[in-house]
Design a protein around this ligand. Structure first.
Ligand SMILES: [Zn+2]
Length: 248
């Protein structure tokens, strides 16, 4: 059980980051991490900024039944359980209400498909907007099954952002990047229109993303293999930086 200690410290660390970054208010937001013993998660009715000790965390089994921890698990745990069911490859889920991304989601507006090369390598070429679901709604799994197999981050309409990853760090930084892109798009729209990257470049970046094991199955695009040498070179550099970051 002592092996879980570093992991619990990570949950506390990223809970603090959610709070400090202003991605949550009140008791909003939640984090979970899958382990062989169960799913460790933040408790309900606590500000993420107040989570300071591992004893404050809770553990549930795959059905959501609490198996450890003195506090109670949050009610949105179902969202996390469904994510683990739909994505057996992931180990962590982070959910929060970062203001800019949630503003887009609350207006029923999708974010522009990622328009910065690094973001395409990290997130892919889509950040789907999931139609509004009431908490605990029985259709949640059916709805998410239309999106989560194809994307690592989702905008939840009138709600917030859900990010998944093979580690907590990866899931958290994906969520952070979504908010950053929403912020950039916010400013870009004040100046004019976002210019999308050329489709060939996007396809090449997606291919690289797949090669480093980040890619999700894509619904409707075939991978284009040819790009000019200079583009190829700069794309390789971006991918190498991403790999270095992941292996850090
Ligand atoms: Zn929420």
């Amino acid at each position: 059980m002592h092996l879980e200690r570093p992991l619990k410290k990570e949950i506390l660390r990223f809970s603090q980051k959610l709070y400090q970054k202003g991605y949550v208010a009140n008791h909003d937001g939640n984090i979970s991490v899958k382990t062989p013993r169960g799913i460790w998660a933040t408790p309900t009715a606590q500000s993420k900024g107040d989570l300071t000790h591992e004893d404050m965390l809770v553990c549930v089994n795959s059905e959501g039944k609490q198996i450890a921890g003195k506090q109670k698990v949050f009610s949105e745990i179902n969202l996390h359980l469904i994510a683990y069911t739909l994505r057996p490859d992931i180990q962590a889920v982070v959910h929060a209400h970062p203001p800019k991304a949630t503003a887009f989601a609350s207006c029923g507006q999708s974010l522009h498909p990622p328009f910065i090369a690094e973001a395409i390598v990290t997130l892919g070429d889509q950040i789907p907007l999931v139609p509004f679901m009431l908490p605990g709604c029985p259709d949640t799994q059916k709805t998410l099954s239309n999106f989560l197999p194809y994307a690592d981050v989702l905008l939840l309409q009138n709600h917030g952002v859900l990010a998944v990853g093979t580690s907590l760090e990866q899931a958290y930084y994906r969520l952070e990047l979504v908010e950053h892109l929403a912020d950039i798009e916010w400013h870009a729209k004040a100046l004019g229109q976002v210019k999308p990257l050329p489709d060939k470049t996007v396809q090449k970046l997606l291919k690289k993303r797949q090669e480093i094991g980040l890619g999700r199955p894509h619904k409707d695009s075939s991978i284009v293999t040819h790009t000019p040498n200079d583009v190829e070179k700069s794309l390789n550099q971006i991918v190498e930086e991403e790999v270095r970051r992941l292996l850090r």
